[in-house]
Design a protein around this ligand. Structure first.
Ligand SMILES: Nc1nc2c(c(=O)[nH]1)N[C@H]1C(S)=C(S)[C@@H](COP(=O)(O)OP(=O)(O)OC[C@H]3O[C@@H](n4cnc5c(=O)[nH]c(N)nc54)[C@H](O)[C@@H]3O)O[C@H]1N2
Ligand SMILES: Nc1nc2c(c(=O)[nH]1)N[C@H]1C(S)=C(S)[C@@H](COP(=O)(O)OP(=O)(O)OC[C@H]3O[C@@H](n4cnc5c(=O)[nH]c(N)nc54)[C@H](O)[C@@H]3O)O[C@H]1N2
Ligand SMILES: [Mo]
Length: 797
């Protein structure tokens, strides 16, 4: 089927059985469980009779099952065993090439491949300047304060190539992180120093959650979490009498223990619904005028729009009802239900990962302000709460060990989700946050710790974009689709094969991360790879400062130890820390942060916005003059509207059984699939109409691409909506086609690659429209986890 991509059986077997360094040589296998941590929680691990066993941290009240992806993943055939170079690049040299993603790979020794890569980095730097290197390298990589891949690659490029073009913001919060500083102030204050789970358990009386707070999401936190508290906090609140209302196309977006009322609105309609809620409050005199007067700027301008004085259309419940797909009476009742209670408005990141994603974030703040709740314990605006397990918690009171990235001499950047635009349209201009900017001309793209074939939209367009550059370099632990498009593939260790310090600033536990097994094949740490490359570029000392990895851990630990000692707290030496199971750092009080202080005294503690207040109308944003992001929250018309060609709205949300694409080949992720495919959810009425039954294979398609998935038919989803999570590895049936069928279920072959607006240019991957049909053809095999073969047995030395 895809002869070009995969070589003969014989060679494939060779790549799969590459020699594994006997564990005893590098890492002593021990029968004792040793501590470690991951983005899905703190755990401990051991090797027993060649098998990895993991068990969650003892103090975790609600451990995350995603750690069960580790055992099968550790030595899976999808791991990369040795450095590989794409044949076309090797034979023809650097340059644009549409064979990327279709070509063969040639194994090479470490010394030969690093020589070649050093020469190529020098060529690009000398001929075009470091501004022709894109090193944004977005992605979640692995936990660990030192072996954090993005810190490593950025430090390498800063010290050794004269810098790089970076990316700003995230796929997570592309719209909100640009908007919030204009209207509320510091973004971290809003998401991390505001309403906490402790406050919800103790104080909230009603929680209205747009997009929900799904436990599958809060199970994850960058750097690891030792206690998953979200389920317990929602149950305690519910038992105390707190009401939960879920506004979402999926019932599973709040846990059963919250006993929520489910309002299944149309995806993308939340801004209209919130406008109608505020309109209802206003016309009934239920809005908090005193709060709006004292703490907000621009309410009168917004109110004229709300009441229809500027455009002739009052934003009342009758207006919003057909937009949201809800009865007007339900909207009116919901508004009245919010009044007079300690009310918390939550808006999930998901709502802003869509066209005009700025609007629901802004309007959520206005709703919370109209209720007069911002700054009260358990009340106000919990933007992002529940999306990740570092929101709604306390900050640690001492600094975390931090590996310095150095200084980037290149100031050029792109908003992260504009990568394909940049590569396809060098030299053209675009708008971002009030500026007109120009896309640079990139020759070399270097990635470590991310998977653009997971995170980016419209993957067929991304393939075209990657065909344009001279060289794509990827460090990976497994054969992701990104690695399969690279010219140089360097195998790196996975977390259980190296030592590190684990922790995140919103979790108290500092964890000594012990390796449990030797590196797979010839895999090396990102640090070791960059150190050797830097050596070749004459910048070895600047990159390593003469330290081994262990010496770096000791060095990074020291400021934390000193800070503990200065506070008169127990301050274990590194050796003591390393010998133990980890210890809890002191934490800051749960005091509601700057928003609470602002409420207490807005003159003494103004917000960091131009007016010092909550900006319901922003003169700054109005001054940018963007039609798709005016000066106050606005209903800009429906997007992702189903039509005859694409009659369903696709929700492409976060997966339950893994973090993004990581260890999709692990047991927990794979066991949850059906016939090897990712599972989509569909309403019984929709399925019935198309002759689709539970467990069938379906084909989802639109003008951008197509994929297969298995289907689960359920009434837990709004009619007309189909949900397919992200993270199943891109698996083209025939990579030689322009728009190959992904046989595995990666929704990003379907999503649209456009920015949220000219303000933020955020990712819009959450929603799109699709056609759906039962797939009755021969089911193509899953090949995403088979390594591409290498033609020749002799490594090219
Ligand atoms: N349609 C749609 N698309 C989305 C989203 C959506 O809602 N809908 N959500 C978006 C969001 S919020 C995000 S954050 C992104 C996530 O996108 P990514 O962060 O790119 O996804 P991951 O799968 O976590 O990619 C991390 C990669 O790093 C590799 N890795 C792990 N450890 C190491 C290491 O030590 N060294 C090196 N070199 N590599 C390592 C892993 O194998 C993996 O391939 O996806 C976005 N994409
Ligand atoms: N298990 C697991 N957890 C994760 C991740 C993961 O990959 N796996 N990724 C982590 C990361 S990086 C991030 S940024 C966060 C992301 O956090 P979110 O972006 O909030 O998470 P999603 O699951 O994409 O979306 C949450 C829910 O929003 C609902 N939704 C979608 N569109 C709309 C809409 O228009 N209106 C309303 N009302 N609801 C809508 C969907 O039903 C969806 O289930 O999750 C984190 N948690
Ligand atoms: Mo994210």
């Amino acid at each position: 089927m895809r002869e070009g991509l995969f070589q003969s059986e014989k060679v494939r077997v060779k790549a799969m059985t590459a020699p594994i360094v006997p564990a005893s040589e590098a890492v002593a296998e021990s029968e004792a469980f040793r501590p470690h941590t991951s983005h899905w929680g703190v755990f401990s691990a051991r090797m027993k009779e060649g098998q990895l066993e993991v068990r969650p941290h003892e103090g975790d009240p609600d451990p995350n099952e995603i750690i069960q992806n580790f055992p099968a993943a550790l030595r899976h055939r999808a791991r990369i065993a040795q450095p590989m170079v794409r044949r076309g690049w090797l034979e023809n040299g650097p340059g644009p090439d549409d064979r990327r993603g279709r070509d063969e790979y040639v194994p090479m020794s470490w010394s030969a491949v690093l020589d070649k890569l050093a020469a190529e980095l020098r060529r690009v730097r000398d001929d075009f300047g470091p501004g022709a290197i894109f090193g944004g390298s977005y992605g979640w990589a692995s936990a660990g304060r030192f072996h954090h891949a993005q810190s490593q690659i950025h430090r390498f490029l800063n010290t050794s190539t004269g810098g790089y073009v970076k990316s700003v913001n995230s796929y997570s919060s592309g719209a909100s992180s640009v908007l919030v500083p204009h209207i509320i102030g510091d973004y971290e204050d809003l998401v991390k120093r505001n309403v906490s789970w402790e406050q919800i358990a103790d104080h909230s009386e009603i929680v209205l959650a747009f997009g929900g707070m799904a436990l599958k999401n809060s199970m994850v936190a960058g750097g690891g979490t030792s206690r998953h508290v979200e389920r317990g906090a929602m149950e305690r609140a519910q038992e105390r009498g707190c009401e939960f209302v879920l506004v979402s196309p999926l019932r599973s977006d709040l846990p059963a223990g919250a006993r929520a009322d489910w309002v299944a609105n149309k995806p993308g309609s939340d801004t209209a619904l919130m406008l109608a809620l505020v309109h209802t409050l206003v016309v009934n005199g239920l809005h908090d005028r005193a709060f709006l007067d004292r703490y907000t700027a621009g309410w009168p301008v917004f109110e004229r729009y709300l009441l229809g004085e500027t455009d002739g259309q009052p934003k009342d419940a009758n207006w919003a009802a057909p937009i949201a797909g809800l009865p007007a009476e339900e909207i009116v009742a919901l508004a009245k239900r919010l009044h007079g209670k300690r009310a918390l408005i939550v808006v999930a990141h998901a709502l802003q990962r869509a066209a005009h994603g700025e609007q629901p974030v802004w309007m959520g703040m206005v709703l919370a302000a109209a209720l007069g709740q911002i700054g009260l314990p358990g009340g106000g605006y919990g933007y992002g709460l529940g999306a990740i397990a570092y929101y709604g918690r306390r900050y640690n009171a001492v600094p975390m060990p931090t590996f310095s990235q150095g200084r980037n001499p290149i100031s050029d950047y792109i908003p992260v989700a504009r990568i394909a635009d940049m590569l396809l349209n060098p030299g053209t201009t675009y708008r971002y946050n009030g500026q007109t900017r120009t896309y640079p001309e990139i020759k070399l793209v270097y990635w470590a710790g991310g998977n653009p074939f997971h995170h980016h939209q419209d993957l067929n367009r991304l393939r075209e974009a990657f065909a344009r550059i001279d060289t794509l370099v990827v460090h990976e632990l497994a054969w992701t689709a990104t690695a399969r498009h690279a010219d140089i593939v360097l195998p790196c260790t996975m977390t259980l094969e190296r030592e590190d310090i684990g922790g995140n600033p919103n979790d108290p536990l500092l964890v000594p991360m012990h390796p449990v097994v030797a590196p797979y094949g010839e895999a090396r740490d990102d640090y070791a790879i960059f150190a050797d490359l830097a050596e070749r570029l004459g910048t070895g000392e600047a990159f390593t400062e003469g330290r081994t990895a262990r010496q770096w851990l000791e060095h990074l630990y020291e400021p934390t130890r000193t800070a503990l000692a200065e506070k008169g707290l127990p301050a274990p030496s590194f050796a003591e820390f390393w010998a133990g199971e980890g210890f809890d750092l002191p934490q800051q009080p749960d005091d509601g942060g700057n928003l609470r202080a602002f409420r207490a005294d807005p003159d003494a503690s103004p917000l960091r916005t131009p007016s010092g207040k909550l900006e319901i109308y922003s003169e700054t944003i109005a001054g940018f003059g963007e039609a798709d992001c005016p000066g106050h929250p606005t209903w800009l018309g429906a997007t992702n509207v189903p039509d005859d060609a694409n009659p369903y709205v696709l929700v492409a949300n976060q997966p339950r059984t893994r973090l993004h694409s990581q260890f999709d080949f692990g047991g927990h992720s794979n066991d949850a699939k059906h016939r090897g495919r990712e599972i989509a959810h569909m309403h019984p009425d929709d399925a019935g109409l198309r002759g689709i039954a539970d467990g069938d294979i379906i084909r989802l398609s639109n003008e951008r691409g197509a994929c297969l998935a298995a289907v689960h038919v359920t009434d837990g989803i709004r009619k007309g909506v189909i949900q397919l999570p992200t993270g199943a590895w891109y698996d083209p049936a025939d990579a030689n086609e322009d728009k190959p069928l992904c046989v595995h279920g990666n929704p990003n072959v379907l999503t649209r690659d456009i920015g949220t607006s000219a303000l933020a240019q955020g990712c819009t991957g959450q929603l799109t429209t699709v056609q759906v049909a039962r797939f009755d053809g021969n089911l193509p095999p899953i090949q995403a986890f088979d390594p591409p073969g290498s033609r020749t047995a002799e490594a090219a030395e």
